[in-house]
Design a protein. Structure first.
Length: 214
């Protein structure tokens, strides 16, 4: 390489090229949950549930202590390992929700899942959960309360209102819940004032990869 002017220039060796350091690998992607698109929604209080193509259910109409029942099928994939309940904020709800109370709060008293074999018309098997965790829980209203038998306890989200929140349930290791299984969800909301029901929500599954064909 020539450096300098014509009169006082000189040739210097070209530096050997250096490779840029290898960038660190990207962090592993978060596991993907597959939404259950319900085929049926029922409200014990007579509320209406509009089911969107992405599985989200928006509830309107009658507001009282309530029990939601949803029927669906496990999406294609492997065995179900986790179940996620998403409470979804929405402009149609008081304070953006995701609950139907005046300030947007909710209280889920109990969450249960029953299943039936693929092609079955009955969900006679109770799915056991090994535990549950929430992205946020109100003081005195913990996530674990949705798995007890006390209708007066439950999971709530104040003061983190107007935002999306999740409950994630670990399915017990000995439970088999393969793709195509019939599933029936029961979501009880028994808070004393009868207004703290879910306004918009979705249920999803985390599934293990299916076994490769041999």
């Amino acid at each position: 390489m020539f450096v300098g002017s014509h009169g006082g220039g000189r040739i210097v060796p070209v530096p050997a090229p250096e490779l840029a350091p290898t960038p660190p690998p990207p962090p592993p992607a978060a596991p993907a949950f597959a939404a259950v698109v319900p085929t049926e929604f029922k409200s014990a209080a007579g509320a209406a549930g509009a089911i969107a193509p992405d599985g989200a259910v928006t509830v309107s109409g009658s507001l009282a202590k309530d029990v939601y029942t949803l029927k669906g099928v496990v999406p294609p994939g492997g065995n179900v390992r986790q179940v996620r309940l998403e409470a979804i904020a929405d402009p149609s709800l008081p304070g953006m929700g995701p609950g139907r109370s005046g300030n947007g709060n909710l209280v889920v008293s109990r969450f249960a899942l029953a299943s039936g074999a693929p092609g079955s018309a009955d969900a006679a098997t109770v799915v056991k959960f090994a535990g549950v965790a929430a992205d946020f829980q109100q003081e005195g209203f913990p996530a674990a309360a949705v798995l007890d038998e006390n209708p007066e306890s439950g999971w709530a989200i104040a003061p983190e209102l107007g935002k999306n929140h999740t409950l994630t349930f670990d399915v017990a290791p000995d439970v088999a819940l393969p793709a195509g299984s019939l599933v029936v969800f029961t979501i009880e909301q028994q808070f004393a004032d009868g207004t703290h029901a879910l306004g918009k929500f979705r249920v999803s599954f985390l599934q293990t990869p299916p076994e490769p064909a041999k």
